[in-house]
Design a protein around this ligand. Structure first.
Ligand SMILES: Nc1nc2c(ncn2[C@@H]2O[C@H](COP(=O)(O)OP(=O)(O)OP(=O)(O)O)[C@@H](O)[C@H]2O)c(=O)[nH]1
Ligand SMILES: [Mg+2]
Length: 361
């Protein structure tokens, strides 16, 4: 009997052979759905190994450095932080996760230098599965290559197999299973996959009775990622290191299809400040300053939180009691039109806001 790995390989080969067009869309959808299910099965068969290295999350957010061996991940970590991860001219210099901290604009950003990943990492080559499970906890992924800019498709493939999707957001899909009545599909016109295609993918996930609500334009991949469950959607930057070496511009440009591309040289110290700024911006962090009772504002130590944060989350972080006795908050800040805003718990904060919390008694 063929093993799960054999079947995965077979489907991958067929996918590779099949050209994508409107006529093959359904067929490809079914293949991808099958692949997704087999991968889930193979993950659940393997016990252990997927636990990850035990590095506690620290700081305001976490960034993972992912790439093939020897592209310069450790060199980049060392430039971004004051960490000294070992650098070597041979592959697999880094054998475990080395964390460092980037202090930037008041934020403490944890950077994880991971061992180089290789093909089939997600199915257990090297310590691949552990590396990938660390990536799942990251708020931002930096995919690192050298100036050859090769292999990014393979890295994206391995990440996807491990349930990590880069630079694509979660779509508004919900599926309510029922006991009878077949598949009912509710979707807007702009959805470019037809009911027949949707049904065949659902069938691969053994769903035959359900209400499917699709509320925006989606692709087949979005549907499969939803059905697979447990998918992590992370923003990513593509960093080309060793730009001090001779290189072909078109190789680097070819990476732009995946997302924002940055060129750096860790050893020649090129582009590192820009990389810091881009990391900071991609994390969409917001600094909130607190005005103490005395009226003093501690400009040295802002609270650093994700964009979209509301007053409630800040107050909650300070203390439970503060939340219980909350009356209102006063906001001032450079991005506010009014001099002073009086707001409640559900009000969204902007970068550089100064917050005064008014409590009962
Ligand atoms: N020319 C050049 N060489 C670099 C640069 N950055 C790193 N290197 C060299 O590339 C080699 C690999 O660097 P590492 O930082 O150890 O690479 P890594 O990605 O951490 O490798 P693994 O831990 O094995 O996955 C070393 O010999 C570095 O000196 C760079 O910007 N330019
Ligand atoms: Mg390394």
């Amino acid at each position: 009997m063929p093993t799960i790995q054999d079947r995965i390989k077979e489907i991958e080969e067929e996918l590779h052979k099949t050209e994508y067009n409107k006529a093959t869309q359904k067929h490809i959808g079914i293949l991808k759905a099958k692949l997704s299910r087999l991968e889930l099965e193979s993950l659940s068969q393997k016990k252990g190994g997927g636990e990850g290295f035990s590095i506690p999350k620290s700081g305001d957010s976490t960034v993972a450095l992912v790439g093939f061996p020897s592209v310069g991940k450790s060199s980049i970590l060392n430039k971004l932080t004051s960490q000294e991860s070992k650098i070597g001219s041979f592959a697999f210099t880094t054998l475990t996760v080395i964390p460092g901290t980037l202090n930037y604009k008041g934020a403490q950003i944890q950077i994880l230098d991971l061992p180089g990943i290789i093909e089939n990492a997600s199915v257990g080559s090297g310590r691949g599965r552990e590396v990938l499970s660390m990536v799942r906890n990251a708020d931002l992924v930096l995919v690192i290559t050298d100036v050859d800019a090769k292999g990014v498709d393979k890295i994206i493939f391995e990440l996807h197999r491990a349930g990590i999707v880069l630079n694509r957001r979660k779509r508004n899909i919900s599926i309510k299973k029922s006991n009878s009545g077949g598949i009912k599909i509710h979707k807007p016109k702009k959805v470019d996959i037809n009911d027949d295609e949707i049904r065949s993918v659902l069938k691969e996930f053994k769903i035959t009775n359900a209400d499917v609500f699709i509320r925006e334009a989606i692709t087949m991949d979005d549907l499969i990622d939803h059905l697979r469950g447990n998918t992590i959607y992370a923003p990513a930057l593509f960093v080309v290191n060793k730009i001090d070496l001779p290189h072909k511009k078109e190789n680097i440009d070819s990476l732009r299809q995946y997302g924002k591309v940055l060129t750096v040289s860790a050893s020649a110290n090129i582009g590192i400040e820009n990389l810091k700024e881009q990391i900071y911006q991609s994390l969409e962090l917001v600094r909130v300053y607190l005005r103490e009772k005395s009226g003093r504002v501690d400009m040295e130590r802002p609270m650093v939180v994700r964009k979209g944060v509301v007053v409630r989350e800040i107050v909650r972080k300070i203390s439970r009691e503060m939340l219980d006795s909350f009356r209102y908050a006063i906001i001032t800040g450079p991005h506010r039109k009014q001099a002073e805003l009086r707001v409640g718990l559900e009000y969204e904060l902007l970068d550089s806001d100064v917050l005064t919390i008014i409590s009962r008694n």
